[in-house]
Design a protein around this ligand. Structure first.
Ligand SMILES: [Zn+2]
Length: 106
C-alpha cells in the first residue's frame, strides 16, 4: 500500500548526495552510492520470479560509473527511477523506500 501523504517537493543532486525535500517539510539526504547499493530491482536484490527461480546478477561488479546519476524519472506518482552512468535503470524506488533508506545508518 502506498501512502499518498508523503511526496517529494523537490529532488536534486548535491555533490555526491541526493537531497529530497518532502511535502511535510522534512528533508532526506542519501549518498548516491548508498542509493545504488540498495537498488530494489530484481537484478540487484535477487527476487524470485513467478516460477520461483532466483535471479541474481551479483557477480556484475559495480564501478565508479555505477554511482553517478544521469537522471531521475518520476514513476506513477509514488516512486522515482534513476538512470545511472553505467546504464543501469531498472530500479524503481518508492518514496517510502527512499525515506526509510535515508533514515538507515550506513
Ligand atoms: Zn538494480
Amino acid at each position: 500500500m502506498h501512502s499518498n501523504r508523503m511526496r517529494p517537493k523537490d529532488i536534486q543532486q548535491i555533490g555526491e548526495e541526493l537531497a529530497i525535500r518532502w511535502t511535510d517539510g522534512t528533508e532526506s539526504f542519501i549518498a548516491l552510492e548508498k542509493l545504488r547499493r540498495h537498488c530494489p530491482c530484481a537484478g540487484c536484490q535477487g527476487e524470485g520470479d513467478i516460477m520461483g527461480n532466483l535471479h541474481k546478477s551479483a557477480s556484475k561488479p559495480l564501478n565508479p560509473a555505477s554511482f553517478k546519476l544521469v537522471r531521475i524519472n518520476p514513476v506513477g506518482g509514488y516512486a522515482i527511477q534513476p538512470t545511472w552512468a553505467d546504464q543501469h535503470a531498472t530500479g524503481i524506488y518508492s518514496y517510502e523506500y527512499i525515506r526509510n533508506l535515508a533514515d538507515k545508518p550506513g
